[in-house]
Design a binder for this molecule. Structure first.
Ligand code: NAP
Length: 243
């Protein structure tokens, strides 16, 4: 049987890197990044040698760049089976100090980036009458967080987008789900100060921060046939932070 393809946005480090490595054992993986070329090439070199993998530079916030990237993927592989919308940024600040630019850039990458990738990949998935989409949300999109109004709004939007698109595409054999990580140890969270980290830890029943593999395992499940009857769901990977 032909190998399936999996596209992962923001896979040059962190959670996306781990998802790419995990899926590369079964899928041909397309790694996306917007700036970190060296890092993306490093990840590419570490993917499972059984597949035909590729790295593509593209800012997911820009519709025309995403359209060109999806065309390149379809021209190369002939099909696109899995989309993991993982690229994300933070620009934290209290609302009164949050600039319009910081609000817009977070919405553009985290929410519009998902819309762009889904929009330009689903025509092909609809032709195939199959596909899996996994969007990276956050527990913050469910519970809110002081100092992250832009980020929380983007992730709440990702959850609503997931449920709406799941309803639209179910009849075409395409499943759409979201993963909502809690506090995962990556570059994004390493920049938080120790007091904040201590405070976060006290609210995690499993008493540890998450590992990137904790998230990648759930993404792998949501892309597989083992989750064939699951769509429109948000799976928290948060050590019990939100119940
Ligand atoms: P990270 O370490 O900061 O990695 C972010 C990735 O996104 C990088 O590969 C980055 O590549 C890419 N990226 C950023 N802007 C992009 C753009 N415009 N177009 C394409 N790629 C772009 O973040 P992470 O912690 O792994 O987080 C991954 C996802 O999980 C994000 O959606 C985040 O919101 C979500 N999440 C993380 C946590 C956590 O605790 N870490 C918790 C909840 C949710 P470049 O440097 O090349 O741009």
């Amino acid at each position: 049987m032909e190998r399936k393809t999996a596209f992962i946005s923001g896979a040059s480090r962190g959670i996306g890197e781990c998802i790419a490595k995990t899926l590369s054992k079964e899928y041909d993986v397309i790694i996306n990044y917007s700036n970190s070329e060296e890092s993306a090439n490093n990840v590419l070199a570490q993917l499972d040698p059984s597949g035909h993998h590729k790295a593509i530079k593209c800012n997911v916030a820009k519709g025309e760049e995403v359209e060109a990237m999806m065309k390149e993927i379809i021209d190369t592989y002939g099909h696109i089976d899995v989309i993991v919308n993982n690229a994300g940024i933070t620009r934290d600040n209290l609302l009164l100090r949050m600039s319009e630019e910081d609000f817009d850039s977070v919405i553009d990458v985290n929410l519009k980036g998902c819309y762009n990738c889904i929009r330009y990949a689903t025509r092909q998935m609809m032709k195939q009458r199959s596909g899996c989409i996994v969007n990276m949300a956050s527990v913050v999109g469910i519970m809110g967080n002081a100092g992250q109004a832009n980020y929380a709004a983007s992730k709440g939007g990702v959850i609503a987008l997931t449920k709406s698109v799941a309803r639209e595409l179910a009849g075409r054999g395409i499943r759409v789900n979201a993963v909502a990580p809690g506090f995962i140890d990556t570059a994004m969270t390493q920049k938080l100060d120790d007091t904040v980290k201590k405070q976060m830890l006290s609210g995690i029943p499993l008493k540890r921060f998450g590992d990137v593999q904790d998230v990648a395992n759930v993404v792998k499940f949501l892309c597989s046939e083992e989750s064939a009857y699951i769509t429109g769901q948000v799976i928290n990977v948060d050590g019990g932070m939100v119940m």
